[in-house]
Ligand binder design. Structure first.
Ligand code: M6R
Length: 608
């Protein structure tokens, strides 16, 4: 949700800021801007629209300097426009500021400032912070921050350039990520790791209300009271190239193609060479696993869908009840959970505001918390009692693909671990399952090698208005993710339905030309799904069946069939998600959509 970058050092900061903003564009893309110290003044350039517009502006109206801040925006307060774009300054231009998040009490602060003569030019909550800092500024940036930051309510990550100290960047945050790094004669700040990787892999995560001060020669950190603090360094082992698009047209396609590799990396982290689980990497010992009565999983979006599949894996294999909820619902609901209960959050970014709030609530209630997370050092990974990392590497496209895959791999492994510790599966059964699981990446690769089949299907179907993904059991959970993927990047209306539930209402929507994708990878349920396919086929739907190996029964009830390699039914979703992601991708490309940056969305949702 909005991207921040800041630089101070011995180079012209403009190319560095623009490079950083380009790599953060997935966080927000309705306007962008930069502020630099040009030697005598703070100079700003801002442009509505994609970063390309800001680039063009900087070509016609160039600026340069050794320190500066930049921002790519996802509008919350005030429409996307040049004037609402960040950076913002106070009326006297004593400082320039960029901001991620929402200042919840901005109206209250604004009215105080207006009464004291401040004149506002934008509709943003960010300008309120700029004016507030300017109002209290007494020549000492650190003292000003100490005084003003406690007045701010809501979530924020702020990077500030003071005209009196132009070679220093100040930053602070609350419930919004901020990463700081120091290289040779330069320091850099960003709201996400990819923007910093080219300069250093050793980073510091600024925590709530801490203040980071960046100078060319080093970094200093303070707590909210201004006392110096030492911060632990986090080494990021992501490859710089992994955050680049390479020869692919879109990050999303690159990330789908990386899935077999992400699968192996995650699998190898939790499974020994002899196909036994590295059980010490999972949260509970035998006694604790046996004593569990329930696990609650809370997450958002794609990660919520991973939780839905995880529930089915864990209940089926480990015979442990699992409740799954959406974080934005859970955080304000009646939390019927008891001290000591097992609680899991799932998050690619580790920075999703609602998921963080749910985790904090569970901690307050004394739950035994753990997280499935892709980003080392993120808020969720720092705050959860135990972290199961996914090894998807950086995911840049807004649509989650490889992160979802690695989440469901981990949930599958968690289910096996719990099943073993709870005595529901023997070592031999576990090893057999893991051996079979290790073959899934090859099956995924086959889907990828034949992706032209899916592209061809998309070229014939992109005019479709409604798509229904139906399935039973594991396939229903998978259908939820398939439908989200399609709608978020292609803007085609799509819904996921439990196949047996269609007849209770939704079948009324089926008409001539509707596309129904029947996920039918579960042999035990295929006969039932066949009936549901027939129900929609006779009502005019075009039916595509996705099967686990050959299934003759599909022929009469569908117009088209895609097969994945035959595998244990519980493993099938790990492979069947690939054709679903490719289908969404190709339909979006056919429709000319901006695949990596779909409208109205942002990668990391750090506001409520
Ligand atoms: O970073 P998180 O996994 O916590 O993000 C949760 C959702 O915002 C995210 O999965 C979102 O639904 C994706 N854009 C879907 O592709």
């Amino acid at each position: 949700m909005c991207g921040i970058v800041g630089y101070t050092g011995d180079k012209n900061c403009i190319p560095i800021l623009m490079n950083g903003l380009t790599s953060l564009a997935y966080r927000g893309y309705d306007s962008a801007g930069v502020a630099v110290w040009e030697g005598s003044d703070l100079t700003l350039r801002k442009a509505k629209g994609k970063i390309e517009n800001l680039k063009n502006l900087l070509e016609t109206s160039p600026i340069s300097g050794l320190s500066g801040i930049g921002h790519t925006r996802w509008a919350t307060h005030g429409e996307p426009s040049d004037v609402n774009a960040h950076p913002h300054t106070d009326s006297h231009k004593t400082l320039a500021i960029v901001h991620n998040g929402i200042i919840e009490n901005y109206l209250h602060i604004k009215s105080m400032l207006v009464k004291n003569g401040c004149v506002f030019v934008s509709e943003t909550d960010t300008e309120v912070v700029a004016q507030l800092l300017g109002y209290y500024y007494d020549g000492d940036p650190l003292e000003t921050l100490k005084k003003t930051v406690p007045m701010l309510e809501g979530s924020f990550a702020l990077a500030i350039l003071f005209a009196d100290e132009p070679e220093t960047i100040y930053c602070t945050c609350k419930d919004s990520p901020m990463v700081v790094g120091h290289g040779k004669n330069e320091s850099i700040i960003a709201s996400d790791i990819p923007a910093i990787l080219e300069y250093t892999r050793d980073v510091y995560f600024v925590q709530d209300r801490q203040i980071a001060v960046l100078k060319k020669n080093g970094l200093a950190f303070y707590d909210e009271f201004g006392a110096t603090i030492e911060k632990p360094v986090t080494h990021i082992d992501w490859d710089v190239e992994a955050a680049k698009k390479g020869n692919y047209e879109h990050f999303m396609m690159k990330e789908i193609c990386e899935e077999p590799d992400a699968f192996r990396k995650t699998f190898d982290q939790y499974v020994n060479k002899d196909f036994t689980l590295k059980s010490e990497r999972f949260p509970w010992d035998k006694a604790r696993a046996k004593s569990l009565k329930r696990l609650t999983i809370v997450s958002c979006g794609t990660a919520f869908h991973a939780g839905m599949l995880g529930k089915k894996f864990i209940e089926h294999m480990a015979k442990l009840r699992v409740d799954v909820d959406i974080a934005s619902e859970y955080r304000y609901g009646d939390t019927l959970i008891e001290n000591g209960e097992a609680f899991m959050v799932i998050s690619q970014s580790g920075e999703t505001a609602d998921t963080i709030a749910a985790l904090r609530r569970a901690k307050e209630l004394g739950c035994d918390t753990m997280a499935v997370c892709n980003v080392t050092g993120s808020t969720i990974s720092r705050e959860a009692g135990h972290v199961l990392y996914t090894y998807a590497g950086p995911e840049i496209a807004v649509a989650a693909t490889k992160s979802y895959l690695t989440q469901i791999i981990l949930l599958y492994l968690c289910a096996l671990d719990l099943a073993q510790k709870r005595g529901e599966m023997s070592q031999v059964q576990i090893t057999d399952r893991l051996k079979e699981m290790s073959k899934v990446p090859a099956a995924m690769q086959k889907v990828l090698d034949n992706k032209e089949q899916i592209q061809y299907f998309a070229s014939r179907s992109f005019a479709v208005k409604h798509v229904f993904f139906i399935g039973r059991g594991l396939d229903y959970a998978l259908a939820m993710e398939a439908a989200l993927k399609l709608k978020e990047i292609s803007y085609i209306h799509s819904e996921a339905y439990a196949a047996g539930e269609l007849k209770h209402g939704t079948i009324a929507l089926i008409e001539e030309g509707s596309l129904v994708v029947a996920l039918a990878t579960q042999p035990d349920l295929q006969a039932k799904v066949a009936s549901n396919m027939e129900e929609v086929r006779v009502r005019g739907a075009h039916v595509l069946a996705v099967t686990n190996g050959p299934w003759d029964g599909a022929a009469g009830h569908s117009h088209e069939q895609w097969q994945i390699d035959q595998m244990d039914a519980t493993l099938a979703p790990l492979c069947a998600i690939v054709p679903m992601q490719l289908l969404a991708y190709y339909l979006a490309v056919q429709k000319g959509c901006t695949v990596d940056q779909p409208r109205n969305l942002a990668k990391s949702v750090t506001v409520e």
